[in-house]
Design a protein around this ligand. Structure first.
Ligand code: SP5
Ligand code: ZN
Length: 366
């Protein structure tokens, strides 16, 4: 672990132990259940690195269920809060021997052919109405962790609203693939979007979400796509080169209606390293300035790391630190944990980014 700079990392880390309760138990990829990479040890690795660097750890404050409706359809929230209990009560565990909730029928546009999706009567039918892939399993502690992660993001945004310059929410599960009414990509509720909306409601006229996770944050994009007040910008591995989320994240998606121009995707080729990745981050920062954002939410996925098993990007810890510096110069930053799956280097990458944010803010006189 690299030593933190003199004085350590004063940035508050918002955390809840409940984030460890989610045990996906793997992921079903192409019909076969495999060991997943979105494991509780991710959070403990990050927490250890930040504690070792001297960061103060604050408890996530419990928010109301209705606070989760600021960016999500109440039906999605209710589904996530109840699906495990329904699954168990329905005998899916005891009789059918399915120890996790996994969908099997999806009401795609191709299936519905223009008809509306009716609320399915069967519990196992209902799952596909909200979950758009087979990799995002629900188990006994999943809801508690989802809610704790959302609480952490909202608490971290609250610290910024109260006048701090930087905060970090150690969210698990991650959130940027969760949209207004659907979940997937190991994400259930959109922690970063909740933070951005909370900052708007606390008085920031314009907010920017900068997403440096290796994957496109299709959920965050969808939530703010038609809105001019929340900019979304992302650098990610090109979905056009065959990467998740496959259907979104292309450069020509620029926002719609009043949100036209307030969405920016910068897909990069597999194999991209620091230089081209940082050039894209710089472009996003220029956008954020132009947008006039008063507060920044950083969707901090470290899966662009060279050693990460979930992406083909080759960014170094120094690259992440440099990205943090660029972003820290823009204004107050609420950083929210997204992906990042290489356990041995995860903590180092998160620490490097947050140290970069602080040094960028110091350089900008914040
Ligand atoms: C938050 C986040 O980073 N979500 C990443 C979701 C992308 N997962 C794509 C998985 C594609 C198949 N993975 C193969 C690994 C087999 N265990
Ligand atoms: Zn990712």
């Amino acid at each position: 672990m690299p030593s933190a700079e003199a004085g350590g990392l004063p940035m508050p880390v918002v955390w809840s132990e409940d984030c460890l309760l989610h045990e996906p138990g793997g992921e079903v990829w192409l019909g076969v259940r495999e060991a997943g990479t979105e494991v509780p040890e991710r959070a403990t690795a990050i927490l250890r690195a930040l504690r070792d660097a001297g960061a103060p750890v604050l408890p996530a404050r419990r928010h109301e269920m209705t606070d989760l409706h600021s960016v999500h359809h109440p039906d999605l929230v209710a589904h996530l809060a109840t699906i495990w209990a329904d699954w168990e009560a329905g005998g899916y565990v005891s009789v059918y021997r399915r120890d996790r909730v996994v969908p099997y029928v999806f009401p795609t546009a191709a299936m519905l052919a223009g008809l509306p999706a009716r609320p399915p009567a069967a519990t196992h039918g209902r799952v596909g109405l909200y979950c758009y892939d087979t990799m995002t399993l629900v188990g006994p502690g999943t809801w508690e962790a989802i809610r704790a992660a959302a609480d952490a993001a909202l608490t971290a945004a609250g610290l910024i609203a109260a006048g701090r310059n930087a905060s970090y929410a150690l969210c698990r599960p991650p959130g940027h693939h969760a949209g207004p009414a659907g979940y997937g990509g190991s994400c259930y509720l959109n922690n970063a979007a909740l933070a951005a909306q909370a900052l708007r409601q606390a008085g920031a006229g314009r907010v920017a979400v900068v997403d440096i996770d290796a994957h496109h944050g299709n959920g965050t994009q969808a939530i703010f796509y038609a809105r001019p007040d929340v900019y979304y910008g992302s650098v990610h591995v090109d979905p056009g080169a065959g990467w998740f989320p496959h259907y979104m994240g292309f450069a020509d998606e620029r926002g719609s209606g009043p949100g036209s121009g307030a969405n920016r995707n910068l897909p990069v080729a597999p194999g991209t390293g620091d230089d081209r990745w940082l050039a894209a981050v710089q472009q996003l920062c220029q956008d954020v300035r132009q947008h006039g954002a008063e507060a920044i939410v950083l969707s901090l996925g470290t899966d662009a790391a060279a050693a990460d098993p979930e992406s083909p990007l080759r960014v170094t810890a120094a690259g992440y630190r440099a990205a943090g510096e660029l972003i820290g110069r823009l204004g107050p930053v609420t950083a929210v944990q997204e992906g990042g799956y290489h356990l041995p280097s995860l903590g180092e990458y998160v620490l490097a980014t947050l140290a970069g944010v602080q040094s960028g803010q110091a350089a900008a006189g914040r």
